[in-house]
Design a protein around this ligand. Structure first.
Ligand code: ADP
Ligand code: ZN
Ligand code: ZN
Length: 803
């Protein structure tokens, strides 16, 4: 007996299975999808059995033997084996990477296996004797005794059970925090009795008085109030602060007693959509539905109902969300509806806990999984529906090998299981909407909000006028007034700071002009070194202008602000407001999102200030005002999706206001109020935006009119990086058909990462039948020749960003 094994050596030039002979004693044990240890070169490596056969073309005297078997039950199902083959081709990754990404991380860690006796009457001697008086023994005892095949028989019967104990590499991680343990009165008293020269202590104490949070990292204290170790120590001695260790991992969704599952009479639109989805489920049709519904239109309610229908049919469901820790309210709704039938795969779980959730799915103990991208690989055996909420989110695309898109995997699995996929969004990606328009996807539309609340009134504020009127602050007069008004009414406010990506751009504060490349209709990227503006699409370069090329104003400079600066400005504007900040700095610990959201939901703060993170999922009745401080920042990212991303973000953010009884107001501050992405997001006018943006994409030959493939080359030596980028580009030009355009090579927008210089070229095509084949040839050249020189080549088909 011979097995084909995909070995875990991803640096090897050839990506194909290797044949191994199965020794007699392992014959009953090998199965497709199980892992084994095999010799490779002079090492012992792990591998996956992908095929079992009796014959091979290779001289069997040269074949080596399988050393040992790791899984007595396969960890990869037949379906996922096929899927991994498809992914290898589709994303041009090593097959081993495709297989590994489907498994929980725990299976890559060290773990110990035990065998538990479940029904001793069904187990015969001499196997039974191994247990002696115990009912759990280690797997190795059985392996050493040579009884693996008996064990397998008993496993299948259920008379023994396999248990795994994960050895965590690290114990639950903790971080050090300083917790406020004194009352506000006590702190005030301490301030009054402070020595005159204790300025820093006074500063910190006064700052603590106005905080809502009650624990801080040293980093936060240093950055926000400029505190140092000595000052913090002094406050500890005064019993104001206390050192605490906070667990980084914690349970995310804890249900509260007053939570109950709400069921609604579906609206007409909801009923129509659900009808079609259920019809596809009942008739085993693998339709892909694009559920386009404005924010608050009741999409989640449809998901819940569709999943319920699956469960009734004895099937399972996958529910994907972009980033699970940001959607605690949504996760709660699923737990309320489906109770123990739901496995939640979130980043807050330890790898052992994640593995436990995965096993529940594998054994069929749960019917639904709610999770982020990788939950798409949940090893369910009979799927009834697969759902991607916020389908336009870029987190569905993995940015590392294998560069798969969860949407593509979902559609592949739906074909396998003959079940529908639901892609839901208020602002679908252009690609998906184009496919729906062509009838590739089936479009379902929800035009009204479920509770018939009006959409919030959106005001676009022209910040150029503010500046003309002498207002240099980040808050327009209108927004500032609205904030004060809502504070008086004791209603809640969300302020959104649109953080730029990696790159920054140069903007004229008088006329709103952003300096763009004259060849590419893409804003130029600011490079501090040499004060240069660069286009990373075509390589064009120019110095940073000192006056605006449009209006000759001197108020032209590079743009970008941080949340901390905004926080300071809020404190000046409305000193008594209680502000919660939610950004990368305040959400480093696991569970901190939920904590901040909960505090805000409980009314412990008046203003929630945050970045992209707060755009999603916030659903609180008391939020009546949303302010976007700088809508422009994503608009001028050097990326062809900039307008689309801005429209999506503005729509999402505005959707946070007035979701319940109270009427909502939104202010969008911008230097380019006339831009269609901003103008049209005002009334969530998706279709007009879609048509306008499609014209732009067509003109500049971007998706969805053309497909893109991004080829990047990096090296520590800038000369070598650019030389090989040119080699790759020339090779592609020579070998692809004339249906492809090969653009480049150019330096990447981020020209150096971790001391490696980055170059890229872009392939644009409508149809290129030989693309995959040619790229595989290029990869082979790279693996056999270029890799030795330290070059790293990466190929991204359908990149979500080209920065
Ligand atoms: P979306 O996912 O489209 O943003 P949700 O499903 O969260 O919308 O629904 C928005 C709000 O409307 C929620 O508070 C939800 O409980 C409520 N809702 C949903 N469907 C109905 C319905 N048929 N009748 C009344 N309220 C509903
Ligand atoms: Zn250019
Ligand atoms: Zn200008």
């Amino acid at each position: 007996m011979i097995v084909e094994v995909i070995v875990d050596v991803s640096a090897y030039p050839i990506d194909r299975p290797f044949d191994y002979i199965v020794p007699e004693e392992l014959k009953d044990l090998v199965e497709r999808g199980s892992r084994v240890h095999v010799p490779f070169g002079n090492r012992k490596v792990q591998g996956f059995i992908t095929n079992i056969k009796e014959q091979t073309d290779i001289d069997t005297s040269k074949l080596k033997e399988v050393q040992s078997i790791i899984d007595v039950e396969p960890v990869v199902t037949e379906e996922l084996l096929q899927l991994s083959k498809w992914m290898t081709n589709k994303t041009l990754c090593y097959e081993i990477d495709a297989l590994q990404v489907m498994l929980p991380a725990a299976l890559r860690a060290t773990y110990k296996k035990n065998i538990k006796l479940i029904n001793s009457n069904a187990v015969e001697e001499p196997f039974l004797a191994l247990f002696g008086k115990k009912d759990i023994i280690s797997y190795e005892v059985i392996e050493k005794a040579g009884y693996l095949h008996q064990m397998k028989k008993y496993l299948t019967q259920g008379s023994v059970q396999l248990e795994t104990v994960i050895k965590q590499h690290a114990k639950a991680k903790t971080i050090t925090k300083y917790k406020v343990i004194a009352t506000k009165e006590y702190i005030q008293n301490q301030i009054n009795t402070l020595a005159k020269n204790a300025v820093k202590q006074k500063e910190l104490m006064e700052w603590l008085l106005i905080q809502v949070q009650d624990s801080f990292t040293m980093e936060e204290l240093k950055e926000t109030v400029n505190a140092n170790n000595n000052v913090v120590k002094a406050l500890i001695e005064k019993s104001i602060l206390e050192l605490e260790k906070e667990e980084v991992y914690r349970e995310i969704t804890t249900l509260e007693h007053h939570d109950t599952d709400q069921r609604f009479q579906l609206t007409e639109e909801q009923a129509v959509a659900l009808e079609k989805i259920n019809h596809a489920q009942n008739h085993k049709e693998n339709t892909t539905f694009l559920l386009h519904g404005i924010t608050g239109s009741g999409k989640t309610e449809i998901y819940l109902n569709a999943i319920e229908n699956s469960i009734l049919k004895g099937k399972q469901a996958i529910m994907l969300v972009p980033e699970i820790s940001l959607t605690p309210q949504m996760t709660r709704r699923f737990k309320l509806r489906f109770g123990d039938e739901v496995a939640v795969m979130h980043s807050g779980l330890s790898i052992g806990e994640k593995y436990d959730e995965w096993r529940k799915i594998w054994r069929g103990e749960v019917k639904v999984v709610v999770g982020a991208r990788s939950a798409i690989f949940a090893p369910f055996k009979d799927l009834g529906v697969i759902i991607l909420d916020e389908e336009h989110e870029s987190t569905y695309k993995q940015e590392d090998n294998p560069r798969y898109h969860a949407r593509d995997v979902a559609i592949w699995r739906s074909e396998f299981h003959h079940c529908p996929v639901i892609l839901g969004s208020a602002t679908p990606s252009l690609e998906s909407y184009a496919r729906a328009s062509k009838g590739v996807y089936s479009l379902l539309t929800l035009k009204a909000r479920a509770k018939e609340q009006a959409l919030p009134t959106v005001n676009v504020v022209d910040m150029r006028l503010e500046l003309k009127n002498g207002n240099r602050s980040m808050f327009s007069v209108e927004l500032a007034d609205a904030i004060r008004e809502k504070l008086d009414k004791k209603e809640q406010i969300v302020l959104f700071l649109n953080k730029r990506g990696f790159s920054s751009f140069v903007l004229c504060r008088d006329c709103g002009t952003v300096v763009e490349c004259k060849n590419c209709d893409i804003s130029l990227t600011y490079h501090r070194a040499g004060e240069q503006l660069k286009c990373h699409y075509c390589g064009h370069e120019e110095p940073v202008p000192t006056i605006c090329p449009e209006c000759a104003s001197e108020h032209i400079r590079f743009f970008g602000t941080g949340t901390q600066k905004v926080e300071e400005e809020i404190a000046r504007l409305v000193p008594f407001a209680r502000v919660l900040r939610m950004d990368v700095d305040t959400t480093r610990t696991k569970g901190s999102h939920e904590r901040i959201l909960k505090q805000f939901g409980d009314g412990e703060a008046d203003i929630l200030l945050g970045t992209q993170m707060i755009a999603k999922g916030l659903d609180f009745p008391n939020i009546t005002l949303v302010g976007v401080l700088n809508a422009d920042t994503t608009l001028h990212l050097a990326d062809f999706r900039a307008a689309e991303k801005t429209f999506q973000l503005m729509t999402q953010v505005s959707g946070r206001a007035g979701r319940h009884d109270k009427e909502g107001k939104v202010y969008i501050q911008t230097y380019t109020p006339e831009h269609y992405a901003i103008e049209l997001s005002k009334a969530q006018l998706y279709e007009p935006f879609y048509h306008k943006e499609m014209l732009v994409r067509k003109q500049y030959e971007y998706p969805p009119f053309y497909y893109l493939t991004l080829v990047q080359i990096t090296h520590e030596n800038v000369m070598l990086a650019s030389e090989y980028a040119k080699l790759a580009t020339d090779w592609l030009r020579a070998n692809l058909s004339d249906q492809s355009m090969v653009v480049g090579p150019t330096a990447c927008a981020i020209s150096k990462i971790q001391n490696r210089y980055r170059y890229q070229c872009l392939i644009k095509y409508k149809k290129e039948p030989i693309l995959i084949e040619k790229l595989q040839q290029l990869i082979k050249i790279y693996r056999t020749e270029w890799m030795k020189k330290g070059i790293i080549l990466s190929i991204d088909l359908d990149p979500s960003t080209i920065l």
